[in-house]
Design a protein around this ligand. Sequence first.
Ligand code: NA7
Length: 550
Amino acid sequence: MTGLDPRPPVALDAVVVGAGFAGLYALHRLRELGFSARLFEKGDGVGGTWYWNRYPGARCDLESFEYQYSFSEELARAWTWTERYPTQPEILRYANFVADRLDLRPDIQLETSIVSAVFDEDRARWTVVSDRGDVVSAKFCILATGSLSASVVPDFNGLEAFEGRWHHTGRWPHEGVDFRGQRVAVIGTGSSGVQAVPVIAEQASELFVFQRTPAYSMPAGNRPLQRQAVDAYKEQFVEIKRQARATWGGAVIQLAGPSALAVPAGELEAELETRWHLGGFHLIQSYGDVGRDHAANDLVAEFVRRKIRAAVKDPEVAEVLTPRDYPFGAKRPCLDSGYYEAFNQPHVRLIDVRTAPIEAITRQGVKAGGREYAVDIIVFATGYDAMTGSMLAFDITGRQGLSLRRKWAAGPLTYLGLTVAGFPNLFIITGPGSPSVTANMIIGAELQTDWIMACLGHMREHGWDSIEPQPDAESAWVEHVNATAKRTVFYGVASWYMGANIPGKPRVFMPYLGGLNRYTDHCNAIAANGYEGFVLARAGAAAGTDEAAT
Ligand code: NA7
């Protein structure tokens, strides 16, 4: 709280937290179904991650045609993408276009952070409090807080004494940063660093890239979209989206075959080469076993390693840029436009922090491996407290005073990635235990939101006041998410999927790797079976009584 006196509670059917694509769609569906709702957003505009991530080179790594709402042909026809991969400004314009077109703004409150949400068991309602003194009593609380929104600046010694400027890619200043003639450090080489490096290199006088783990990066193959392609896409929109919703990742990419191991070496090389030039994620979705079988995976990983060696002139630099100790795709692979080539420029230097650890930020720059690199600007492309950070950033208290932080102390527990035992009427979009970051985020958010809305409609129709998963259903789902991950090459790798980038965070594989298609079918079957694994209750009723149904 900011010291303001809380206002009298406003009674609503639902509160939505977060105005990214998930939150905007949730608000739209709530209103469409006649539920009263308010959406709270910390930023002073809509767009979620695309509102905050304004760093140079920021783009989606899904194609424009894939990364947009699928629910409305009318919206799709009214919007025209200009590039194969949309830039951050274009995506932000799209989010604003949607907010205007659906007339969502009257129910969106910007520049407002939620500080607490407490469930009142007797009334089966959430009391949600904001940092501006709003108090809302809502039957449902929907968290659309984003999987990658709690940005993390590592706790380096001396940052406060740094005399230059520093920025995190996920909290980029709206006015932009002028790198012309500046000495710059970029720390981190995930998607954000890989996208930013070539663009910053164009302006900076010196660029030091501090790498802890080398990325597998593939050429995006970005290009302007031709009018004809856009028109053809709009014509086929409904069918394309129907197909996308039925895929593992929410985007249609054809596999070349079930197994990379079953293909003769020359044929494999030719196929991978074709996919490399197609750009995007065609390479990762080349053969069915690349994500499951280490030997198959290594064939593709080795292909990428050869590409890195071919792109980078200095063999020593190429070697440092080459990932060798984790499978291809087990950490989020990157798409780039000239990342490896940037290191061929004399003013771009790679510093391997595995051999030269960052010791401190000094007044003048970054000290690593006993050497000080003097810079004017530090860019932290150091990632996020992924999947759980944005939810655990505020106090969420369920039944019997149980806090979500305590409940998730050993890792996130959810049923279907949508709900949490002990927290009735709380819904999460793109949270842990759902495909979320491993699939098309917009399509995933739509499918989850549709499920939530069907559930709310069911409750209204049958007069139920609360819904909550049973603990054993939740445990079985968590076990299933874990068992599914264990069958893949993702499991056990020190990635943010596992919480490994945050010191002290429990190591639990968070996204569900069963695929968006299977996941959606499963969630829909649960609903069709009378919300199997859930307790539906009247206000004040305990589970197992006449006033509750399981
Ligand atoms: P990522 O993918 O989490 O990348 C963060 C990078 O920062 C990664 O290379 C990290 O190395 C590095 N990092 C983090 N902490 C440190 C410290 N203390 N020292 C040195 N290097 C560090 O975040 P992005 O913003 O690039 O991408 C997030 C997602 O956005 C991406 O996956 C897409 O889905 C879009 P590490 O690998 O942990 O060794």
